[in-house]
Write a protein that binds this ligand. Structure first.
Ligand SMILES: [Fe+2]
Length: 302
């Protein structure tokens, strides 16, 4: 590890981080980084800058133990331990298993995560700032990987709004609700997880956040309402609230703002939950899919 760090300092050209945009809207592949081998400070800053510039970064061909993933995650900030500890990676409560695999009659992970557009843990007072998802098993069909993840650039979506909308949304807040999210999922027939315990319900009371939040690092304004977790606009009658949310959600689905990630085993995908919202594509039935997720705690959105 010390040798690798020294080589970054002494021979930057040999260990340069290369950033290749993956889509017009957001997303970039970051090359030249082997996370398990240890990353020097200069390399890490290049990765972090790429994350803020592109909102979603993809590091291919990684070979990560849970400890490697945790060590890298902690460099981005304090990890938030999920209250779904029943789906934690064994002996690593910092990581959550995202999977449809059932072993010995027991689901090894969350099987229904991300079916609606959302941004991670927006139903908490302090939503996750970043998410790191590492793929271990990816389903295929006809030689092509399936089970993609879609990302939308919520800063670009905000910037594309008419000025009148931007003015109208100033100071407006919306309610984000985990209970509402699970009920919406149940009504769609997609709920596949155990119901919340009373203790878990207490940990996730409804919260309100600004409809337009400002990124703490880039300063960009980002639309912050999601189909998955935003229940209502504060202070509006129910019909007006629903109509405004439907309009903003439709705006956030414009293909011009979207990057669709086609997974490979060994991908470490890191995203910024302020600039990017995301959606999991459930097109793989019961073909095995397994990823490990880490969440980095964020500040209260402003
Ligand atoms: Fe998510």
């Amino acid at each position: 590890m010390h040798a690798a760090e020294a080589s970054v300092l002494e021979a930057p050209a040999a260990t340069a981080v290369t950033v290749i945009p993956l889509g017009a809207a957001l997303g970039a592949e970051v090359k030249g980084v082997d996370v398990a081998d240890g990353i020097g400070e200069a390399q890490f800053q290049a990765v972090r800058d790429a994350l803020h510039r592109h909102a979603v970064i993809v590091l291919r061909n990684q070979h990560l133990s849970p400890a490697d993933q945790i060590a890298f995650s902690k460099r981005l900030g304090p990890m938030r331990i999920s209250f779904y500890n029943r789906y934690a990676v064994p002996d690593h409560p910092e990581l959550t298993v995202v999977s449809n695999i059932v072993e010995d009659g027991r689901a090894i992970g969350i099987a229904d995560a991300g079916m609606l557009w959302h941004t991670d843990a927006s139903y908490l007072r302090q939503p996750d700032m970043y998410t790191l998802l590492y793929s271990l098993e990816i389903p295929h069909e006809g030689g092509k990987a399936i089970g993609d993840t879609m990302f939308v650039n919520a800063a670009a979506a905000y910037e594309a709004l008419p000025d009148a909308d931007k003015r109208a949304l100033e100071g407006v807040r919306a309610v984000h609700s985990f209970t509402h999210h699970l009920e919406k999922k149940r009504l769609l027939g997609n709920l596949k997880r155990a119901p919340l315990t009373e203790a878990q319900k207490k940990e996730t009371p409804d919260v309100d956040h600004p409809v337009v939040r400002t990124h703490p690092v880039t300063g960009r304004k980002c639309l912050f309402v999601t189909e998955g977790h935003t229940a209502s606009i504060v202070g509006l009658p129910e019909d007006e609230s629903a109509a405004l949310l439907e309009r903003l959600w439709a705006h956030l689905k414009n293909p011009a703002f979207i990057y669709r990630h086609n997974w490979r085993v060994g991908d470490l995908v890191v995203w910024d939950n302020c600039t990017a919202h995301h959606l999991a594509v459930f097109d793989y039935g019961d073909r095995r899919r397994r990823l490990y997720r880490a969440g980095i705690a964020g500040e209260v959105p402003v």
